[in-house]
Design a protein around this ligand. Structure first.
Ligand SMILES: C[S@@+](CC[C@H](N)C(=O)[O-])C[C@H]1O[C@@H](n2cnc3c(N)ncnc32)[C@H](O)[C@@H]1O
Length: 295
């Protein structure tokens, strides 16, 4: 999807701050933003904005303007990926990821699966969610914690929603933990297609339905809900906006797992959900991101 990235280097605190600034400026355009530790000893981090197509100086200038006040000396560099399907390419090189009992791996790493692992095999695809990101790993661990106690799904409704499914990894995780039916939705039709392929690949078509939908705009939600568990790894601001819809589609006493939230945004998100009568249960921290369980 993304054919190039603009990035700048800073320290860990700068990476958090840079991400906040860029998130506010680019969130509505859906451009993926990341922070990555480059040199642990030297404390060097990179903050990146990924974009499709040919590099565009306008985007570089907008990033520069956005961070100028707080990072006056930052140099914004460009890395072009050409026509490479960089997500697929990076998946090939990535090692399997463990999160709780889950092992997320590509077909080339089947040998890494141990007898007690809950294995999720992902085909290289153009959708977010290989398990390497702190938000995905946090969600995998939290899903295990929440569903271990109630394998039939919290509140026993048997219905789980994975909103913003990306590769489908979290829907696949929930389906492995109990006899639940999962609705997996994404705003991006490419992600929905990739998720559907991964669902087929993991033999879960009887349990998981993949649908393209923006937020809660589809009849698929009322058909499948209300949900005993709603999982949404998106971003803080859209999650806060969707709090009333999440409440409406949640079974009484059901659980919510949220991620895509920077540690600094945690209180705002908790406040938005408290306003809907949905309260904090537990938080996991991973690489500056938080995953929150509420009910
Ligand atoms: C951070 S990725 C998470 C993917 C996967 N669930 C995971 O945990 O790895 C967020 C996904 O949410 C989707 N998304 C963003 N805004 C959305 C919205 N308003 N409604 C549905 N999906 C959305 C994006 O297309 C993307 O695939």
């Amino acid at each position: 999807m993304s054919d190039h990235r603009y990035y700048f280097r800073t320290d860990e605190a700068g990476a958090q701050r840079g991400l906040d600034l860029l998130d506010a400026a680019f969130e509505d355009e859906g451009l993926p933003l990341t922070t990555m530790e480059i040199d642990e000893d030297a404390g060097i981090w990179e903050v990146s904005v990924y974009a499709p197509g040919e590099p565009d100086e306008t985007l570089r200038n907008r990033i520069a303007a956005c961070i100028a006040d707080e990072f006056p000396d930052a140099t914004i560099d460009l890395e072009a990926f050409g026509e490479t399907d960089w997500i697929a390419k990076s998946l090939e090189g990535l090692k399997p990821v463990r999160a709780g009992r889950f092992l997320v791996h590509g077909s080339h790493d089947r040998d890494a699966v141990r007898p007690n692992d809950l294995a999720i095999e992902l085909e290289a695809g153009q959708a977010f969610g290989t398990g390497h990101h702190g938000t995905t790993a946090g969600c995998l661990e939290m899903i295990e914690m929440v569903m271990r106690a109630r394998p039939e799904g919290p509140r026993g409704t048997g219905a789980v929603l994975d909103l913003g499914t990306g590769s489908g990894v979290l829907a696949l995780a929930a389906a492995q933990l109990g006899p639940v039916r999962v609705l997996a939705t994404d705003i991006d039709p490419v992600a929905t297609r990739v998720a559907r392929e991964n669902v087929r690949h993991n033999h879960r078509t009887a349990q998981i339905r993949c649908v393209t939908a923006t937020g809660f705009h589809s009849t698929a939600f009322s058909d499948a809900g209300p949900f005993g568990l709603i999982i949404a790894n998106i971003l803080a601001r859209p999650l806060m906006r969707m709090a009333p819809d999440i409440k409406r589609n949640l079974a009484p006493g059901g659980s919510v797992i949220l991620s895509g939230i920077l540690a600094s945004q945690r209180w705002q998100v908790l406040a938005a959900f408290r306003g809907q009568g949905i309260r904090h249960v537990k938080t996991l921290w991973r690489n500056g991101w938080v995953t929150i369980h509420l009910n």
